[in-house]
Design a protein around this ligand. Structure first.
Ligand code: NAD
Length: 432
């Protein structure tokens, strides 16, 4: 990742461009360019060797005019306040894009859970909550899992919050495991949601998904279930990339016959991925998958490419090399494409499904989890996925219709919908 990349600057740049297009008044622009509240703190953790290590923690609430804040907590060694600010901003737009009554937040801890024991991770989770508990809650701001955080982390966090609050508050956090307040379908939600949108995009382009191929960056949660549903629809995923923490580099694994999701998804006993979404190189070789460079996934002759790993992966340096065969880019990750790359994608006439729409299945299902927690009544997996499909399809159609009607790029269309709906909520509250 180039050193000068700043995710928050990119989020502001994306906002400014659309604010200009829709003639947003200066007061609303100033309000929506910046987060409402930011918390930065330290978390001391007693490590197993008795030494104390101090971690840096963040929680940013960008805008809560449409409802309580919602946004994941990431564990990443390179986490910064600007990444968290950007992700919180994108959450605001994302919730508005799929029309769920929530605002935008995000959290993070600069740490590497791959190098921490279970006990150290539990103490870190509990320490995080002790620093933010006053600012979160079912009607205030609701965290969830994100990169390198899991349902287990969420349960430790919920437990710490409930201990402080002296009451059961399952709606304080989502992405919990089933049986402890979690929702069926949450594990699949983001990847499936992305593919519901991809399915609609194929309809727009009048291409049969059953003849289509895909290449995915990432083999973690989002990528796994995107691969699963794309394959179930009859398509073929021919390449998946992942980060190998042992070799400290990324690899692409390619199988021209298609990667069978049973070797990838976390719910399968035959998986060759670990809990961080790394593909086991030896087992991949045994299956006949070819190991290539980390960026090879981006240059494949496929109908759809799905960046589902990290931000800033499609940029000015590599966008020109995307194959002319590619018809759709479905942004499973947050912020994978830079504004410079967007310009080339427009020229190439590739249909882009923007992140705040494409990966909104996760937050939509988190919202369903909150609804079920509040009712203390739980839906079947089929019911959850049916509601998710319906929300994603309606949201995709709104964006696609607006993009056609106004002859604008899909990213601009989704931002227009989201910014206008957040601005309306701010206006109705009398904030602007
Ligand atoms: P994850 O931690 O489960 O998986 C991340 C994957 O990316 C892993 O396979 C990892 O090996 C791979 N990766 C990391 N760096 C890489 C690199 N340089 N090259 C190739 N692969 C690399 O995370 P996730 O939950 O699947 O999230 C992926 C993206 O989707 C993130 O941008 C996240 O913010 C976004 N997202 C996730 C959810 C969700 O519900 N999980 C919801 C919305 C958005």
């Amino acid at each position: 990742m180039p050193k000068e990349f700043n995710a928050f600057k990119m989020a502001q740049q994306q906002f400014d461009a659309v604010a200009e297009k829709i003639n947003l008044d200066p007061g609303t622009r100033s309000l929506l360019r910046e987060p409402e509240r930011e918390i930065q703190f330290t978390i001391p953790v007693k490590m197993d060797n008795r030494e104390v290590k101090v971690f840096k923690g963040f929680r940013v609430q960008h805008n809560t005019s449409r409802g309580p804040g919602k946004g994941g907590i990431r564990f990443h060694p390179a986490e910064t306040i600007d990444t968290v600010r950007a992700l919180a901003t994108w959450m605001t737009w994302k919730c508005a894009a799929v029309d769920i009554p929530l605002g935008g937040s995000k959290g993070g801890i600069a740490c590497d859970p791959r190098e921490m024991s279970e006990g150290e991770q539990e103490r870190l989770c509990r320490g995080y909550i002790r620093k933010v508990w006053e600012f979160i809650g079912p009607n205030l701001d609701v965290p969830a899992p994100d990169v390198m955080t899991t349902g287990q982390h969420m349960i430790w966090m919920m437990d710490e919050y409930e201990t402080i609050a002296r009451s059961k508050q399952p709606g304080v956090i989502t992405g919990k495991m089933v049986g402890v307040g979690g929702s069926l379908g949450r594990t699949e939600a983001t990847g499936y949601g992305a593919i519901y949108a991809v399915r609609e995009a194929f309809k727009d382009l009048e291409i049969d998904i059953r003849d289509a191929t895909a290449s995915i960056q990432g083999s973690g949660n989002v990528a796994q279930f995107a691969c699963d549903l794309f394959t179930e629809y009859g398509g073929k995923v021919i390449a998946m990339a992942c980060w190998d923490n042992k070799d400290k580099k990324a690899y692409t694994y390619t199988s021209e016959n298609g990667i069978d999701p049973k070797y990838i998804v976390s719910t399968s006993p035959e998986r060759i991925t670990d809990k961080f979404g790394t593909i086991d190189a030896e087992k991949a070789k045994d299956l006949g998958w070819k190991q290539e460079n980390g960026d090879a996934w981006l240059f494949k002759d496929v109908a759809v490419i799905i960046p589902a790993a990290t931000e800033n992966t499609i940029c000015a340096d590599n966008v020109d090399m995307i194959s002319d065969i590619v018809k759709i880019i479905a942004e499973g990750a947050n912020g994978p494409t830079t504004p410079e790359a967007d310009e080339v994608i427009k020229q190439k006439d590739i249909l882009l499904i923007p992140d705040i729409l494409c990966n909104a299945g996760g937050v939509t299902c988190s919202y369903f989890e909150q609804v079920q927690n509040n009712m203390n009544y739980y839906w079947s997996k089929e019911e959850v996925l049916e509601r998710l499909d319906s929300k994603m399809t309606v949201a995709y159609r709104r964006v696609s219709d607006l993009a056609k009607e106004k002859a604008v790029f899909t990213r601009d269309a989704v931002y227009m919908i989201a910014i206008q709906s957040v601005a309306l909520a701010c206006r109705l509250r009398g904030l602007i």
